[in-house]
Design a binder for this molecule. Structure first.
Ligand code: SAM
Length: 186
């Protein structure tokens, strides 16, 4: 029998790169991406880059591009080198500083739309609401692992006020044990 080291099981990997997403969360994310067909994907919170690798592969097959931002540079040199084969732009910086806020706002307003902003940093609520004004019609804002950070009912109300509609039902997410929420700009 193969023994999977506890840390690998707990965190998971994508193609061997550490990733903080479960297989089910990836499955839901793919369903959302396939349905939204974003031309631009922005990931807040690269960490070791496992999800970025997967987003990059999705983008490669679907003529999209990925911007992934983290305030700490934790992506291994080997992974960075391999990511050069994919339409991925890595950026190190704090999403709450003006320069990075502008960078993300520009990605949300490019000519090729829709865009999908995926908030997976450490202040998801703040990350989502900082960018609602920049998302254009058809673009999506989502977040992952929001538990203890975002009250889903409060988030729904605030997103509705900002002109967004939830695109995956809460019950479906609970059935799949996935801690994700997605809203589309109407
Ligand atoms: C949960 S991890 C991201 C996991 C990654 N998306 C994955 O699935 O493997 C959160 C990351 O957000 C980064 N982060 C936290 N606050 C940030 C900020 N203000 N700006 C940019 N990155 C931030 C942290 O350094 C950390 O690497």
């Amino acid at each position: 029998m193969i023994t999977v080291p506890r840390h690998k099981y707990a965190l998971g990997t994508m193609f061997g790169v550490r990733m903080q997403h479960s297989a089910l969360a990836i499955w839901v994310l793919e369903a959302v991406l396939n349905s939204v067909e974003p031309a631009s994907i922005i990931e807040i919170g690269t960490d070791n880059g496992g999800l970025t690798v997967w987003l990059g592969a999705w983008a490669h097959f679907n003529d999209a591009q990925v911007l992934s931002i983290d305030c700490k540079d934790k992506v291994g040199e080997d992974t960075k080198e391999k990511l050069k084969c994919l339409p991925v732009f890595l950026e190190t910086g704090n999403v709450f500083d003006e320069d990075h806020k502008t960078l993300i706002a520009n990605w949300l307003q490019q000519d090729r739309l829709p865009a999908l902003l995926y908030c997976d940093g450490s202040e998801k609520f703040k990350e989502m609401f900082m960018f609602t004004d920049y998302a254009r019609k058809g673009s999506v804002i989502g977040c992952h692992d929001y538990i203890n950070q975002v009250d889903p009912k409060k988030a729904d109300a605030m997103m509705a006020d900002a002109g967004f509609v939830k695109i995956v039902r809460d019950q479906q997410m609970r059935d799949l044990a996935c801690m994700q929420m997605f809203w589309v700009r109407t």
